[in-house]
Design a protein around this ligand. Structure first.
Ligand code: F6R
Length: 367
């Protein structure tokens, strides 16, 4: 069942290239230049009428939604709010008929997410679900459904479902941009081409798993650490932190890199590990200066950087892991993979039950 892997989580991490390909399959035109989403029943006129988007989800799916916000705002220029589903209904959100509510759920059965979907529909919004399970409650009740083709996910810690949700958001963002006219055909085809390279780029990261195992083994001796990043790197940092917490039981926090000096820097002491995600060219200098802030206070910094930047960043950090170069918006689909492997190997080093972490369930059907 585990196809030769020691755990479902590891198997599912290695299935990501296939999950990316399957999620893209049938959604990119034969010429490889644009996106078709036959499952979206909205007319072009309805799409042009969307005034705002709410993305609602829990846990890892919420973290995919954070990237989704950047993607939709950047490509389609529609304002996006993100909420964890357990908070959404109770803040009396302003849901209007020109709001598109996107719910994201691997299982399609998460009680809070389903309740958010129902509330959105009650207020007259159109609901689009991104889910991995055909026929799930969320899939049945939404107006439009994008199925992520990740295949069944068994490990409690979500990996391939999360990255397939990212792929779904990229496809959706391009589709909306194309329909609304915020991006021209040349740009769309450039992004589509770069997406086509992602599966192979993930394979290249997986070839270096042994390096990450060593990183994880030394991290596993610590009880506290930080993840930092800016923009979509911050979204990925949050997912990396959750993954590590849930299966290794090591406490960590993810911080927007620029926010450290507003309090958290007080926690940086000699030897504390700081994992820094630094893939966004326009934010590069800024994050580098935040890395220097923690280094100056004794932190041990591991940086995830784009290939080609090793030398420059190398001067300011203790350890480096390079990820293949892609478009800035697509970087999360690569940079999260080393963080998944770090969490996996740290859990293993601590002798935990990787696939079934304590206190957690795969599908949360209580509110
Ligand atoms: C973490 C994890 C959870 C789920 C969350 C939502 O690895 O798996 O945070 O992402 O419980 O579940 P779904 O996506 O099924 O709604």
């Amino acid at each position: 069942e585990k196809a030769g892997f020691d755990h479902f989580m590891l198997k599912e991490i290695y299935e990501q290239p296939k999950a990316y390909r399957n999620t893209m399959m049938g959604r990119i035109t034969d010429d490889g230049k644009s996106v078709v989403l036959k499952e979206i029943g909205m007319t072009a006129e309805q799409i042009r009428g969307i005034r705002k988007v709410h993305i609602v989800a829990c846990g890892t799916a919420f973290h995919a939604g954070l990237v989704g916000k950047s993607v939709i705002e950047n490509l389609a220029r529609i304002p996006v709010e993100t909420d964890v589903a357990s908070e959404y209904r109770y803040r009396s959100p302003i849901i209007t008929p020109d709001t598109l509510v996107i719910v994201v759920s691997q299982s399609g059965e998460t009680a809070d997410t389903l309740a958010a979907l129902r509330e959105a529909k009650r207020c007259g919004a159109r609901v689009l679900a991104i889910t991995n399970v055909v026929g799930s409650s969320v899939a049945r009740e939404a107006d439009d459904v994008m199925i992520t083709q990740a295949g069944p996910e068994i490990a409690v810690a979500s990996t391939k479902a999360y990255t397939s949700q990212l792929i779904a958001f990229y496809l959706l963002g391009l589709f909306l941009a194309d329909t609304i006219g915020t991006r021209d055909a040349a740009y769309v085809s450039e992004v589509v081409a770069a997406m086509g390279e992602l599966p192979e780029q993930v394979e290249r990261i997986l070839e270096h798993a042994e390096v990450l195992k060593q990183v994880a083994e030394s991290l596993s001796k610590h009880n506290n650490l930080f993840f930092i990043g800016r923009g979509v790197d911050f979204a990925v940092a949050q997912e990396g932190s959750l993954k590590l917490k849930e299966i290794s039981y090591i406490h960590s926090e993810a911080y927007a890199a620029g926010e450290l000096k507003h309090g958290t820097l007080a926690l940086i002491e000699e030897g504390i590990p700081v994992i820094s995600v630094i893939t966004q060219e326009d934010l590069y200098e800024k994050t580098l200066s935040n890395i220097k802030e923690v280094k100056a206070r004794g932190a041990h910094v591991l940086a995830l950087v784009n290939e080609g930047q090793e030398e420059e960043v190398g001067k300011s950090v203790d350890e480096l892991f390079a990820i293949p170069k892609t478009l800035p918006l697509l970087a999360p689909a690569l940079s999260v993979v080393p963080l998944q492997l770090i969490a996996y190997f740290a859990s293993l080093a601590r002798g935990n039950d990787v696939d079934k972490p304590r206190n957690l369930a795969k599908s949360v059907t209580v509110e």
